[in-house]
Design a protein around this ligand. Structure first.
Ligand code: GUN
Ligand code: ZN
Length: 433
């Protein structure tokens, strides 16, 4: 059996570092041994060097840090080219930039070209798994899955469902949305490493009939993902109240249609109340906190203390193109500051967990990704502490793992990503990019 062997500093997790001080496992001189695209073993070099086969090539990266591949739990690939488009808040931003841009994805060539660039941009940032919104056009989802499959990435994506309150040219119907989603589930869900996410954009753009169609699809396919937006912006919350006067809250609309469960991931979750958070925790639905987007669009500040109290699952996400960076390191940077604004100290160690093992656990994928544990799919990132002169000077003074990770989170971006591996294969190299 061919082995690939990576000798480096290593970080992996056995649990949430906020719950248990030993959950972050760091090896100053560590090794990851990969066989058949999976981690065969990882840990201290001194303990594992005997497992290295004769003749196996050992990649010596002792000046670098290997961490599990980053997981971005909420991102829109069709918004790649409109990232950094200025608008006074969410709803005008959707009308002015987002919907016109998404119209282009009826054209297969645009979808394919953007999907390829998008996937490369993820890998350049060290993101090996993402939950991706496509457009309303089913060919946009085919383009994304095709680009991801070509690199053998574990990717979750879905065609957007929208049958009202958007331009005519982006509308499906309850029936076509159902049929297209069912067809895409059949074609892509669990095909290799691809997985499907049922994707009603948000409550305002779906009729009750469309939400009922979602309920039926979710029931028929218990292991698919569900993704949507909730409680992002106060104008949006007010609008949902007018559209669904019988529901107790915005989140309750999704609850009403059976869309709160494990593997259901809701972007933003800023304006939830305690009862909503309780429901998220009870059902296992996951919050995707998108700090760069929330600050950029002025949506609000995610409440880490309330999230922790309720024990609802929380993950980190970029929300490109509402988000302003593909980098999960930059996302950590802003997550830390959002938490600070709420008087909460979010450690870098916990942010690395949230972006890797914590996300995998929340998404019910912990047996496959998120750590360097044996039998995991070998998705990992090689980070360079000397990526920039400033990072080199700061990391040289780091006196603890937390300080090292904090420097990466606050100062790092795609320049800090030396290489990215998916299922044991190198899918990005900074030097040859
Ligand atoms: N709410 C509905 N659609 C979107 C979107 O594309 N981005 C963000 N940030 N929020 C949304
Ligand atoms: Zn979004």
């Amino acid at each position: 059996m061919t082995q690939s062997v990576f000798r480096a500093q290593l970080l992996t997790f056995t649990g949430d570092p906020a719950q248990s001080p030993d959950a972050a496992q760091f090896h100053e001189d560590g090794v990851v041994i990969v066989e058949d695209g999976q981690v065969a073993a990882s840990g201290a070099w001194s303990a594992l060097k005997e497992r290295v086969s004769d003749g196996a090539q050992v990649h010596d990266m002792r000046d670098k840090l290997i961490v599990p591949g980053f997981i971005d739990t909420h991102i829109h690939y069709p918004q790649t080219d409109m990232i950094a488009s200025p608008a006074p808040g969410l709803l005008p931003w959707l009308d002015t930039y987002t919907f016109p841009t998404e119209r282009g994805f009826e054209n297969e060539a645009i979808a394919q070209d953007t999907a390829q660039f998008f996937v490369d941009e993820l890998l350049k940032s060290g993101t090996t798994t993402a939950l991706v919104y496509c457009t309303v056009h089913k060919q946009s989802a085919d383009a994304l899955f095709t680009a991801s499959e070509a690199k053998n990435l574990r990717m979750v994506a879905g065609k957007v469902l929208m049958d009202r309150h958007c331009p005519e040219f982006l509308r499906d119907t309850p029936q076509t949305g159902y049929d297209d989603s069912a067809e895409l589930i059949g074609r892509w869900h669990n095909k290799g490493r691809q997985m499907y996410a049922l994707t009603p954009r948000f409550a305002p753009t779906s009729t009750e009939a469309q939400l009922e169609a979602c309920e039926a699809l979710a029931k028929a396919h218990g292991d698919i993902f569900i993704q949507s937006h909730v409680a992002e912006n106060l104008d949006e919350v007010k609008w949902v109240k007018e559209l669904f006067p019988r529901q107790r809250s915005y989140l309750d609309v999704y609850d009403r249609y059976g869309l709160l469960r494990r593997r259901a991931v809701y972007g933003h979750c800023i304006w939830l109340d305690d009862e909503d958070r309780q429901r998220m925790a009870e059902t296992g639905a996951v919050a995707a906190h998108c700090p760069t987007s929330n600050l950029f669009l002025g949506s609000g500040l995610f409440d880490f203390d309330k999230a922790n109290e309720s024990q609802m699952p929380v993950t980190l996400a970029t929300d490109v193109g509402g988000g302003t960076s593909f980098s999960m390191l930059q996302t950590m940077n802003e997550a830390h500051k959002v938490a600070r604004m709420g008087g909460h100290h979010l450690t870098a160690t916990r942010m690395f967990w949230l972006a890797t093992a914590g996300a995998a656990q929340a998404l019910d994928l912990a047996d496959k990704i998120g750590t360097l544990a044996p039998q995991s799919e070998a998705d990992f990132v090689v980070l360079d502490p000397k990526a920039t002169p400033l990072l080199a000077r700061r990391t040289a003074r780091a006196e603890s793992l937390e300080e090292l990770l904090f420097a990466f989170a606050l100062l790092g971006d795609d320049r800090a990503v030396f290489e990215t591996y998916a299922a044991g294969a190198r899918v990005h190299s900074r030097e040859s990019a």
